[in-house]
Design a protein. Structure first.
Length: 428
């Protein structure tokens, strides 16, 4: 019997997501970054001095290995090892547990306190996947941040003079004579496997601690943050005055924005207002998504669009979302902010039919929800969420502990934190 060839070929449909991490950015990640950069330019996600010192110290140590003719580990591995060691020492040594520590789960599993070598701490299984180094890379580059390094990828960065100065301020700290007398010397030995950490003592802990930067480190970071002549720095200077240095972060609408206006910086205040309105639109979108997930959770085979749109709580959430989108557009016009994707999203949200709005939103939470035959059903990463769930903080990592972990201060909380961290201890 002759076989008739099928002239049609099809690609198989994707059967699973490549990521196991749910992201609720609704296709607005670029817009979110735009507004964070608009409000606090060049800060990246840093919020304390040692984030910078660890990263720059790692690059400097890589260069030291190269000059000595030794095979140099990648700067990324060195940075992860140093910050893991610093966090683990802080975890075991400090009387007060710092919010800046990553790796608590991994450190808690090391019940015999045996994992201290560079070769092991550099591995994510003994630390975390989402590190401080990853949160720091954007801020240390000349092109996107505070100008400590030149280059693109972290492993290829080259220190600028100010970057060398900050790295040296960190690495030249004095430690106990029996440890070599200098942090740089001790770390080189540790990276080579010649140093034993548990006998390091308090001077090593303090030299690496996330909470105890030296006066030189504090001064150098403050100079790049608030004392250069760029437009971005002048914007940070104005924000620093509006934020102040009190222990508590001031309320943005009630305090920071009025202070900016009173000082004659109305345009900057309008930009902060527009960013906050964008954040409000995102929050209302998450609330709608949470209500849809609630309806879908107990249903088998999906729920019809018309039934979801007819749910009372979904309708109320959609009404609040439309109001937030309208408010955002008005605030963006006032601030003369023309970011395209956020404005386009707000326009789509303005549709009158509730079922159309639900149909627009569901594909933007791929993994959580799915659409088939005008029904909404569970996606492969479905879980119940609440209205303030963020794309950040689902895994233990830098984003989950930084002051702006929800993303709704648009880095103002991070700026307030690092400003305070550049003030010498005991002077506040």
């Amino acid at each position: 019997m002759a076989t008739i060839a099928n002239p049609y070929w099809f690609s198989p449909a994707q059967s699973e997501l490549s990521s196991s991490r749910l992201s609720l950015d609704f296709g607005l990640r670029a817009a979110d970054l735009f507004f964070r950069e608009l409000v606090v330019p060049q800060l990246g996600r840093i919020w304390f001095v040692r984030q910078l010192s660890w990263a720059l110290g790692a690059i400097a140590l890589r260069e030291e290995f190269r000059r000595s003719g030794s095979t140099a580990p990648k700067a990324t591995a060195v940075a992860h090892g140093i910050e893991a060691l610093a966090c683990k020492l802080e975890f075991h040594s400090s009387e007060q547990e710092s919010r800046r520590i990553l790796g608590r789960r991994a450190f808690g599993r090391d019940t015999e306190s045996e994992i201290w070598s560079f070769q092991r701490l550099r591995q994510r299984v003994f630390y975390v996947q989402n590190t401080h180094r990853q949160a720091t890379t954007r801020a240390i580059r000349t092109e996107t941040g505070l100008g400590f390094c030149q280059g693109t990828r972290f492993d290829l960065l080259e220190l600028e003079p100010v970057g060398k100065a900050l790295a040296d301020g960190f690495l030249k700290q004095r430690i106990a004579p029996n440890l070599g007398g200098c942090l740089r010397t001790w770390l080189v030995g540790w990276l080579r496997g010649d140093r034993d950490v548990p006998s390091g003592g308090p001077t090593l802990w303090r030299a690496l601690s996330p909470t105890q930067p030296s006066l030189e480190e504090q001064a150098l970071v403050q100079s790049r943050l608030l004392e250069t002549s760029s437009d971005a720095c002048r914007k940070r200077q104005r924000l620093a005055k509006a934020l102040g240095r009190a222990a508590a972060m001031p309320a943005i609408e009630e305090t920071v924005i009025p202070r900016l206006r009173a000082a004659g910086h109305g345009q900057q205040a309008d930009e902060v207002v527009a960013a906050r309105a964008f954040g409000g639109m995102l929050d209302r979108t998450r609330e709608v998504t949470a209500e849809i997930a609630r309806v879908v959770e107990s249903a088998r085979g999906g729920v019809r669009l018309c039934d979801i749109a007819g749910d009372t709580d979904v309708r109320h959430a959609l009404t609040r979302l439309r109001a937030a989108a309208e408010n955002f557009v008005a605030k963006a016009i006032t601030a003369n902010v023309k970011e395209k994707t956020s404005r386009a999203f707000a326009k789509e949200v303005g549709v009158e039919e509730d079922s159309e709005l639900v149909q627009f939103l569901v594909p933007r939470v791929e993994g959580l929800l799915a659409m088939a035959d005008r029904k909404v059903c569970r996606g492969p990463l479905f879980r119940r969420i609440d209205g303030v769930d963020s794309a950040e903080g689902i895994e233990e990592g830098a984003a989950s502990i930084e002051p702006d972990s929800t993303g709704r201060t648009f880095r103002l909380a991070n700026l307030h934190s690092i400003i305070r961290d550049t003030v010498p201890r005991g002077s506040l």
